[in-house]
Design a protein around this ligand. Structure first.
Ligand code: LMR
Length: 360
């Protein structure tokens, strides 16, 4: 038999002598001990529950899961959940399942969702018009030139402008250069005359269509494929991945690989939510975002090339490429957009981007 140590034996004897003389004290002490035990149990239970309840990030977006943005959102989810050992749970809602373009920005500001990646063309309703610089026709001569802007001082400066709107900008995600589509071949600027063209809600894109002689109509992304199908608009511009995943090629007979403009995203979070996270968790999420962003960069062009190839194979759409002379005509026709929109976007931003992309 294992004997208790001598000191413990002595204490037990002394306690039992004391309680035999004071039975009321014994009852009181037992009750207090029971209450203390219960409180301890309850608070450790609450603590455990608090520790176990994951932090939920609702990430809403408007495209399908197999687009560059859709895939990167899922990669971020996987990384964030794994790196945080399940302390963070990311719920991705694709395809405008929760909100459409403008609504999702309001939902983010209200805290109904925590994370979005709207296209850079959609920030002006927030009062941050500078992002429309990304919509200027032919502003980026290459992806390298684009990255020099998004990954450098200009890109960081633009994201900081969101802070005043209760939004923290985390990263830029790439999609690609846009192509034009319609139910007739679009080879010269004159071909646009009178066509109703769907655009994203950007004044620069509105002006771009107007200088071509088209009638722009801003529609939410989720409304675009139905509008093309029902003839509400006759044409549009987008990246091949967005066109293919929305099956726009099934109703658009002609497509021109014009690469006349750029479509990319800013990944943003509700600032109050982000600032309220434990610092360690925020650092983990920043790392997960950095990795997801690097991944996104590797898949954007590839996904768009594959989408264009899928459209070609579907055989429903004639794909046109522009001759050097036609390209020059398109550039010339769209050039007035700069002078008309510079004031609105901010001459300093447009100038800074133009200087950056001109660097060898
Ligand atoms: C569009 O509305 O055409 C795009 O911004 C959709 C997207 O998020 O890529």
């Amino acid at each position: 038999m294992v004997r208790p140590p001598r000191g413990a034996q002595t204490a037990t004897i002394l306690f039992s002598l004391f309680y035999r003389k004071n039975p009321t004290a014994m009852r009181r002490h037992l009750l207090a001990a029971a209450l203390l035990a219960c409180a301890g149990f309850a608070s450790s239970g609450a603590l455990a529950q608090k520790q176990e309840a994951p932090i939920i990030i609702k990430f809403s977006h408007v495209v399908t899961p197999d687009t560059p943005k859709g895939q990167a959102a899922l990669r971020f989810k996987a990384l964030a959940e794994q790196m945080s050992n399940g302390r963070v749970k990311v719920e991705v809602y694709p395809n405008s399942q929760l909100y459409r373009d403008r609504e999702e920005l309001e939902a983010l500001q209200l805290g109904a969702v925590q994370m979005l990646a709207p296209s850079l063309a959609k920030f002006s309703p927030l009062g941050v018009k500078e992002f429309e610089a990304f919509d200027l026709p032919y502003i980026f001569p290459s992806k390298q030139a684009l990255y020099a802007v998004t990954e450098g001082r200009i890109g960081r400066g633009l994201l900081r402008k969101l802070e005043a709107k209760g939004i923290t900008g985390l990263a830029y995600w790439d999609n690609g250069f846009k192509i034009m589509s319609a139910n007739k071949p679009l080879l010269t600027p004159a071909d646009f005359r009178g066509l109703r063209m769907r655009i994203q809600s950007s004044r620069v894109l509105d002006e771009q269509m107007r200088v071509l002689g088209a009638q722009p109509l801003a529609l939410a992304f989720s409304e675009t494929a139905p509008a093309l199908r029902d003839g509400v608009v006759q044409g549009t511009e987008n990246t091949p991945s967005n066109m293919f995943t929305q099956r726009m090629h099934e109703t658009q007979k002609h497509l021109t690989v014009s690469n006349h403009g750029y479509l990319g995203y800013a990944v943003i979070v509700n600032k109050k939510f982000w600032d309220g996270l434990p610092a360690g968790t925020r650092r983990i999420l920043e790392r997960a975002m950095a990795e997801a962003t690097a991944y996104e960069k590797t898949i954007a062009q590839r996904t768009n090339d594959a989408a264009l190839e899928s459209i070609r194979r579907a055989g429903t759409t004639t794909i046109h490429t522009l001759s050097p002379q036609q390209q020059a005509e398109w550039r010339k026709a769209m050039a007035p957009v700069y002078a008309r929109m510079e004031e609105r976007i901010g001459k300093d931003v447009v100038g800074a981007i133009r200087r950056e992309v001109a660097k060898p």
